[in-house]
Design a protein around this ligand. Structure first.
Ligand code: ADP
Ligand code: ZN
Length: 227
């Protein structure tokens, strides 16, 4: 069983790296951001509660975050383990998580703010499959169309300069305490996330002592496609 948490500022590549890791080792990827975006898109009660907060780049309340995380983990569909993306984001969430679950490693994607601004403000999301595209590094083959499912790509509502500033502020405010708390339970691996996706992925595998999966379908295949 492998249990990982991926931590990093918006645009550091959490979603891409957690997706690659989950695919390679049959782990369940759990992204709080994706769960909330799903609720917004499907106009659920939770969606109605979080929409404004998310659009402004602010954090959803801890009680709701904890409820959705508990419900998700309680599904116990993670036979080989999980990769969590976007949680925990502050002291309370970290304490909540550590009370009930254990952890093998924290993957900290380290990158300067100056570099993510450009990345985030030029990214597009496929709402159906959650894949995100950077118009700089991983352009879709056809403009504004998802390579995977052919749905149209949209700009995330919180990928505006104002909301990004708020998200970066929150992140920097709480990251140290989150790393300190998680670090008591598991090793924290600091990865230089300013490099391309394939390189970052390969370093994560090597630092965690994980075997490289065979291509195609493995990371080499992904790198060739530029994703
Ligand atoms: P990013 O890391 O790029 O900001 P995410 O997709 O992880 O984006 O999250 C998007 C939004 O969802 C956040 O700005 C916040 O409003 C909400 N959210 C996600 N995870 C959490 C969390 N653990 N605690 C509070 N709010 C969260
Ligand atoms: Zn898609």
């Amino acid at each position: 069983m492998r249990k990982y948490v991926v931590v990093g500022i918006p645009g550091s590549g959490k979603s891409t790296q957690s997706t690659m890791l989950a695919r390679d080792f049959d782990l369940v990827r759990i992204s709080t951001g994706d769960i909330f975006r799903w609720h917004v898109r499907h106009h659920t009660k939770i969606g109605a509660r979080v929409r404004r907060v998310m659009t402004a780049g602010q954090l959803v309340g801890d009680v709701l975050v904890e409820t959705i995380m508990r419900d998700r983990l309680d599904e116990h569909d993670w036979n080989y383990g999980f990769v969590i993306d976007g949680f925990p984001r502050n002291r309370r969430q970290a304490e909540f998580f550590l009370e009930s679950y254990d952890l093998d490693a924290v993957i900290y994607l380290d990158i300067p703010d100056s570099q993510v601004r450009h990345r985030v403000l030029s990214r597009r999301l496929c709402e159906r499959c959650g894949v995100d595209y950077s118009l700089i590094e991983s352009r879709p083959e056809q403009e504004d169309v998802c390579d995977v499912c052919a749905d149209s790509l949209v700009t995330r509502e919180d990928d505006t300069p104002e909301a990004l500033t708020a998200r970066l502020f929150d992140y920097h405010k709480d990251i140290d305490v989150v790393l300190e708390l998680l670090g008591r339970k598991a090793g924290v691996f600091v990865i230089d996330a300013s490099r391309d996706q394939g390189t970052v992925h390969a370093e994560i595998l090597s630092r965690l002592g994980l075997p490289s999966p065979p291509s195609p379908g493995g990371s080499a295949g992904m790198a060739e496609q530029g994703r």
